[in-house]
Design a protein around this ligand. Structure first.
Ligand SMILES: Nc1nc2c(ncn2[C@@H]2O[C@H](COP(=O)(O)OP(=O)(O)OP(=O)(O)O)[C@@H](O)[C@H]2O)c(=O)[nH]1
Ligand SMILES: [Mg+2]
Length: 315
């Protein structure tokens, strides 16, 4: 019997959703960062193993929209929640109040749930159609005593709550079994040897953006967007022209750096990541352009591939 379906990974910013998608797929598809709001699109990863195909959707963190980009991000996340056969709700357990986690682990019946339920975290008006599997992530950050208590309480909860570390992979097998059981019987939805439905150029743009998030200050990353203007198949090395968009001239100066040192460093590190992913030598032609206040402009948000930031409606 084959099983297949859509597994949507959702939760608050920085919970570890993209790290979990990469774990499930076994390949670095989604960019990750210690800075919140790294994921902006829904990223599709495919996992086909043991007669089961998971179409895994990584989503932007659920947050209150402050601009059109946020609105588009929330829209993308909610659309993925609506499409899901199974929702994997990721909670950063290390960010919860330690005493609340300890109390709940010791006596779940007598204490308040230390994390918001999915429908609250996502501000939904009603329960989603799909089954929600709650995953308490980052257990590697808890001290051993709390972790053990939490793990045994979670295992007895009904419905069962999964504990894991997406970083170390601890608990992954249990999560995979739980997802598999919740998926419907179905033929595969995509060829068994594919790992994503998204084009190479999408990943190239994301690697440039991830590298920029790593190398540049705390404020700048949210103002950055990357577009691939040209991706010349068949050339050797593979020629890729990427444009990094920023919102102001002063930001452009930061990206370029004194004597062009910063953009050179950025281009080199991005190229190495892209080469690793595509498996061939790459010539990365990297440019920086100002697109004034693009996060507040519908046309620009759309053009950069973040979808139409129409007002989102609950699942
Ligand atoms: N210690 C620890 N860190 C983790 C774990 N999972 C993820 N992280 C780290 O948490 C940070 C955020 O991880 P991401 O996977 O980017 O989180 P996200 O939920 O996709 O974040 P957004 O896309 O910004 O909403 C990164 O620095 C990860 O390395 C974990 O299990 N343990
Ligand atoms: Mg993410």
């Amino acid at each position: 019997m084959l099983r297949a379906g859509i597994v949507t990974v959702a939760g608050k910013p920085n919970a570890g959703k993209s790290t979990l998608l990469n774990r499930l797929v076994g390949e670095k598809l989604a960019i990750t960062s210690p800075k919140a709001q790294s994921t902006r699109h829904r990223v599709v990863g495919l996992r086909t193993q043991d007669d089961t195909q998971m179409v895994v959707l990584d989503t932007p963190g659920l947050l209150d929209p402050k601009d059109l980009l946020h609105q588009a991000m929330r829209g993308a996340a909610l659309a993925a929640v609506r499409d899901a056969d199974v929702i994997v709700y990721v909670v950063d357990v290390a960010a919860l109040k330690p005493h609340a986690v300890r109390d709940w682990a010791a006596s779940p019946a007598d204490s308040v749930l230390p994390w918001p339920r999915f429908i609250e975290a996502a501000s939904l008006e009603r329960e989603p159609r799909a089954q929600v599997i709650t995953v308490l992530n980052k257990t590697d950050q808890l001290d051993a005593e709390v972790r053990n208590a939490l793990e045994s309480t979670a295992a007895q909860a009904q419905p069962r709550i999964m504990t894991m570390s997406a970083l170390t992979g601890d608990g992954l097998d249990f999560l995979v079994s739980a997802i598999t059981e919740a998926l419907p019987e179905s033929p595969y939805l995509y060829p068994a040897d594919e790992i994503s439905t998204l084009p190479m150029r999408f990943f190239c743009a994301e690697f440039v953006r991830e590298t920029a998030m790593e190398q540049l200050g705390d404020e700048l990353p949210h103002a950055l967007a990357c577009a691939i203007d040209e991706y010349r198949e068949g050339s050797s090395p593979l020629y890729i022209r990427a444009v990094l968009y920023v919102e102001r001239e002063s930001q452009k100066a930061i990206v370029i750096g004194a004597g062009g040192q910063q953009i050179k460093k950025l281009g080199r590190a991005s190229r190495l990541k892209i080469e690793k992913f595509v498996g061939e030598p790459v010539y990365l032609d990297l440019w920086v352009k100002v697109l004034a206040n693009w996060r507040k402009k519908r046309g620009a948000v759309n053009r950069l591939g973040y979808g139409d930031p129409a007002p989102s409606h609950p699942a």
